[in-house]
Design a protein around this ligand. Structure first.
Ligand SMILES: Cc1ncc(C[n+]2csc(CCOP(=O)(O)OP(=O)(O)O)c2C)c(N)n1
Length: 695
């Protein structure tokens, strides 16, 4: 090896050589980018090395191998640690990309991003989210194992590992996910805690002094402490013990030193989020016996050592494929179903049981319509699992008789609120408890695992609680279905704390999230179909608590129109309206009733149901103009939410009846009427529009 200055690393001690390779690849990349977080990779390199070279079962040649162990770097700011590991173990991440860390178009972005870097399971950076994602992955593993494994055929049996930091453990989302993971006894979940006692801005002595081991032990986790995170044998022993603990998730508290080896920055927050600086890089390399030049040095011995993973992984996957082939002979039907899930295919006829609902003026709540659809999907879609944050009776999201997802140890029978159908890891109903934050992060982990279409439910107002996870689902292009009910002031008596006003608008603001607010039972069924068919986006279904009329589709256009985001429900005979009434969800019934009145006054009116802005925006300009002709200026939109954004569709001469204030506590119909959601008010505002000279 060429060493311009400093001592040559000792190839005899390949462990240290490999660990320092991780450290200095990370240090050099951050220094070159003049941006990033060197401290965590320097401190956590040894434990990551032990995990990745001695335990993690993965195949760098196929990052998608289904039964691979999952690894989540929850502390995503330490991304260079993960990139170093991926590069060194032979993923398609050449050294050139390490040198392009954080640069435009590189596959080494600032924080790990799923879909950009081969081997990155989830996008992390917002602290705590990765912690929850891992719990979702472990749930997915347990579900698959329970459903598909048979004696002699352990087809699914991987571990889920994560590296978590002080910041991760401090975030509230972690408390929720950890509590649930402990309750569920997820024995294949193993987290390494980088206990370096420094965060971005402070020593944890200022902020985080509880007994972490006791805290996790109280959640039902198995905990171990490793006194010296640089001692590979101690770390090795702890991971081994964690793997043997099958009834509890494991937290290994590993004492490390941020910026390890840096003479002036080790154990300081200066090492957390800034490059060390040229001089300190040099001093650190000298201190750890590493050549100062060249940067990005990968000693041959270290590389060869890491690259054994490639052969190991290839062999592991080949053996697994052989096992799957034998399993397919023994259990052809199960194997067929499993392969479909692995390949992300929907079984033929998955939608045939979805009911058509007959016209009915009294109608039904769209949450109820959604519940009926879910019952028809459960037996046809083995990958559909989910539940609510303690609101399944209200959100209508129980998969009846499909079992509770629980540890077999917890099989205590038919407790209040259990779904029926038994308790086991094969259960399809996830009781998230009152844990919306945790639910959001877990749903992402379930989806990122693969094979699962997860759904999670709560009141629309509380979608705010899982918003950071929704944003990440959208960023990751994960298929997650949110069932958000009680979607407006129309929910009534619970009052303004529970009445959504700004939530639909705020969800619409998230790029790549599809928000659908169906108008009636039949639109709800189509909305579910869109949600199941959309494999690369999260979909939020926004549903009512209160009944809405089921429209007569002989009189009005088919509910399939929902697929286009907005469609003409009813029109003037010659398609030349003087007035367009537009609404979503529960307000569609209102414009239908108002439209009738206006027609009685010989006003040519068009009625547009607009359940999804995102789906509408995906249509051609021609289609959009056919629904909302640019020449038709008298447009009135009606939606029981903030008016923000509606001007895009009503133009500068239209009007909106919305809710730009908080609601009030009273029976729903009264609240709606008082705030202007009445046939009379819609007619009044529509007529006022027509009286304007400029429309
Ligand atoms: C939700 C969230 N809040 C704030 C931040 C900004 N941030 C990045 S790292 C960090 C704290 C880092 O402390 P720790 O987790 O101990 O990591 P270390 O200092 O050991 O690298 C903060 C506050 C973030 N990434 N996510």
């Amino acid at each position: 090896m060429e060493a311009a200055t400093g001592r040559a690393p000792d190839p005899a001690n390949v462990d240290q050589l490999a660990i320092n390779t991780i450290r200095f690849l990370s240090v050099d990349a951050v220094q070159k980018a003049n941006s990033g977080h060197p401290g965590l990779p320097m401190g956590a390199a040894a434990m990551a090395y032990v995990l990745w070279t001695r335990f993690l079962l993965h195949n760098p040649a196929n990052p998608h191998w289904f039964n691979r162990d999952r690894f989540v770097l929850s502390a995503g700011h330490g991304s260079m640690l993960l990139y170093s590991l991926l590069h060194l173990t032979g993923y398609d991440l050449p050294l050139e990309q390490i040198k392009q860390f954080r640069q435009w178009g590189s596959t080494t972005p600032g924080h790990p991003e799923r879909g950009i870097t081969p081997g990155v399971e989830v996008t992390t950076g917002p602290l705590g989210q990765g912690f929850g994602n891992g719990v979702g992955m472990a749930i997915a593993e347990a579900y698959f194992a329970a459903r598909y494994n048979r004696p002699g055929f352990e087809i699914i049996n991987h571990f889920t590992y994560a590296l978590v930091s002080d910041g991760d453990l401090m975030e509230g989302v972690t408390a929720e996910a950890a509590s649930l993971a402990g309750h569920l006894k997820l024995g294949k979940l193993i987290y390494l805690y980088d206990d370096n006692r420094i965060t971005l801005a402070a020593s944890t002595q200022l902020t985080f002094t509880e007994d972490h081991a006791k805290r996790f032990s109280a959640y039902g986790w198995h905990t171990q402490s490793v006194k010296d995170g640089n001692d590979v044998e101690l770390v090795d022993r702890a991971i081994r013990a964690a793997r043997q603990e099958t009834k509890r998730p494991s937290l290994i508290l590993v004492r490390t030193h941020i910026g390890y080896g840096s003479p002036h920055k080790q154990d300081t927050f200066a090492a957390h989020g800034s490059p060390l600086g040229q001089e300190e890089v040099k001093l650190t390399k000298q201190n750890l016996g590493w050549p100062v030049e060249p940067p990005f040095l990968v000693p041959k011995e270290a590389e060869q050592h890491f690259r054994q993973t490639v052969e190991h992984g290839r062999k592991a996957e080949a053996e697994w494929n052989a096992k799957l082939a034998a399993y397919t002979n023994e259990f052809p039907e199960l194997a067929h179903e499993l392969r479909q899930l692995i390949n992300g295919e929907l079984p033929q006829g998955w939608e045939v049981d979805i009911p058509q609902v007959a016209a009915d003026a009294k109608g039904m709540a769209t949450r109820v319509a959604s519940g009926r659809v879910l019952q028809t999907l459960k037996s046809r879609l083995a990958g559909l699992i989910g539940g609510a944050a303690d609101l399944n009776p209200s959100t209508d999201t129980e998969l009846k008789e499909a079992g509770n997802f629980e540890s077999p140890e917890m099989a205590v029978g038919d407790l209040q609120g259990s779904a029926g159908g038994g308790w086991s890891y094969a259960g399809r109903n996830l009781q998230f408890g009152v844990r919306e934050h945790g639910m959001g992060a877990i749903l992402n982990g379930l989806a990122a695992h693969g094979g699962i279409i997860p759904f999670g439910a709560t009141f629309l107002t509380f979608s705010d609680y899982l918003r950071p996870s929704i944003r990440l689902a959208a960023l990751m292009e994960l298929q997650v279905v949110y069932v958000f009910t009680h979607d407006s002031i129309g929910m009534g008596e619970d009052g303004p704390t529970h009445q959504s006003v700004e939530q639909v608008a705020s969800l619409r603001a998230i790029p790549q999230l599809i928000v659908i607010r169906p108008a009636d039972a039949n639109e709800t069924a189509v909305a579910w179909r869109v949600a199941i068919e959309t494999r690369d986006r999260p979909v939020a279904l926004v549903l009512t608590r209160q009944n809405v009329p089921t429209l007569d589709r002989k009189q009005f256009a088919a509910a399939e129109g929902l697929r286009r985001g907005a469609y003409i429900l009813a029109d003037t005979p010659h398609g030349k309206p003087r007035l367009i009434l537009i609404a979503s969800g529960s307000e569609v019934g209102l414009i239908v009733a108002a439209g009738q009145k206006l027609q009685e006054q010989n006003i040519p009116v068009r009625l547009v149901s607009m359940p999804s802005w995102e789906l509408f925006e995906a249509q051609s300009q021609e289609y959009r103009d056919s629904v909302l002709p640019p020449s038709a200026h008298a447009r009135l939109a009606v939606e029981a939410g903030v008016t923000q954004g509606w001007h895009r569709y009503i133009g500068d001469r239209g009007d909106v009846i919305g809710m730009d204030r908080f609601g009030a506590s009273a029976p729903g119909p009264i609240v709606m009427r008082e705030f202007g959601f009445s046939v009379d008010n819609v007619c009044k505002r529509a007529l006022a529009l027509l009286e304007r000279k400029d429309v």
